[in-house]
Design a binder for this molecule. Structure first.
Ligand SMILES: [Zn+2]
Length: 375
């Protein structure tokens, strides 16, 4: 049940320590409303690779809901101690999906009249709570034919989505949740990530001519990459570059024998020209390894809904071939995701529940109309 006023005070929610020991799954009520569920989920630390407590919590939360409405819930193993949670009622024609992991560092819930604050508040635990509540509302209306897929690893390498992609459950439509301010996303930028490793030769810093600095080699290459002219277009705007990490060297008085950097492009079109430009800029001076490529993705439209374009990537390119026609929408703003200011507006969170529920209904209706015609 969702109590739309959400007027529970912090003291009504289960008391949780801010960092949970690995094997401890917090106490949970049998029925939690949207705000209670958001509070509980944000307060569980689930930085990528450490999702087990959150997964267990979700499994236990969804089990009575599965039992009550003739559904089933499963742990979908990904790695030791890491699993997706999948719940379904009837044949899951429409699946609501998002991720349970967050970026580091964890910081616990706080709230004021307007917002829930905390790691994962908008990316994506509030979204997860809204999806679960939407599913619950549909079930109380006697609607079935839906699934909830809550995956691990989205923030790192889509490990959970890759496992789910290999074990489809017959879903025809996939509503993926990421913070889009409740606007339907029409396209998302692609991503291209490289690791650069420079090798040098150790020497006493008083005699640098006897060595070869890996750090200087790396800096030269990065400087050239920073000045590349990158593609742009009218739909997705500019290709952007972030030099995300740089490391190397041993001591101030030693010429560095090794240095590394990780860089990431957000793509607006084909990856080939960017790839080629990077290879040319590097010109064999350092080792270059491509570690991730996600293409630009175009989502399906939905009549009458406000739309947006996003510069982040999601699990959708991994999932859509086996989980159905994809849509992307969720409450919260990507501008505060991954920051120390991460938060979600309570009003937006509440609005998301009927948005998800009505999308599911419309897709179920479209599906049954189409299968009626096919017979
Ligand atoms: Zn996310």
């Amino acid at each position: 049940m969702i109590h739309a006023d959400g007027a529970l005070s912090r003291s009504d929610s289960p008391e949780l320590p801010s960092v949970l020991p690995f094997s401890f799954v917090p106490f949970q009520k049998a029925i939690m409303d949207l705000f209670e569920l958001t509070r509980a989920l944000v307060d569980i630390e689930s930085v990528t690779n450490n999702e087990a407590v959150a997964g267990e919590f979700l499994f236990r939360h969804l089990s009575p809901l599965a039992a009550k409405y003739g559904g089933r819930v499963e742990r979908m193993p990904v790695e030791a101690q890491r699993f997706n949670v999948f719940a379904s009622w009837g044949k899951p024609v429409v699946t609501l999906s998002t991720h349970m992991d967050t970026v580091p560092p964890f910081f616990p819930l706080s709230e004021d009249d307007e917002f829930f604050w905390g790691r994962g508040a908008c990316d994506a635990k509030g979204i997860m709570a809204a999806m679960i509540c939407a599913a619950e509302n549909l079930l109380t209306e006697g609607i079935s034919g839906l699934g909830l897929l809550l995956v691990v690893g989205e923030e790192r390498n889509s490990a959970g989505a890759r496992v789910a992609a290999q074990t489809p459950r017959g879903s025809r439509y996939l509503i993926n949740g990421e913070p889009t301010e409740n606007k339907l996303c029409m396209a998302s930028k692609g991503a291209l990530r490289f690791e650069l490793v420079a090798h040098g030769q150790l020497a006493h810093s008083g005699y640098p001519e006897l060595g070869r600095s890996a750090i200087e080699a790396l800096l030269d290459v990065l400087e050239n990459i920073r000045h590349l002219t990158l593609p742009q277009n009218s739909l997705l705007g500019k290709t952007t570059l972030n030099i995300g990490t740089v490391s190397g060297g041993r001591a101030p008085n030693v010429v560095a024998d090794e240095a590394r950097a990780e860089i990431m492009f957000r793509l607006v079109g084909d990856a080939a020209p960017v790839r080629e430009a990077v290879h040319e800029a590097v010109a064999g001076r350092v080792e270059l390894r491509e570690v991730l490529y996600t293409p630009v993705f175009h989502f399906s439209a939905f009549d009458g809904m406000p739309t947006s374009i996003v510069a982040f990537t999601t699990d959708v390119p991994t999932l859509h071939e086996t989980w159905g026609t994809p849509f992307l929408i969720g409450p919260g703003s990507i501008h505060v995701a991954h920051t120390a200011e991460e938060r979600i507006a309570k009003r937006e969170l509440r609005d998301a529940v009927p948005i998800y529920a009505s999308m599911v209904k419309r897709l179920l209706a479209a599906h049954s109309a189409a299968s009626g015609k096919a017979q």
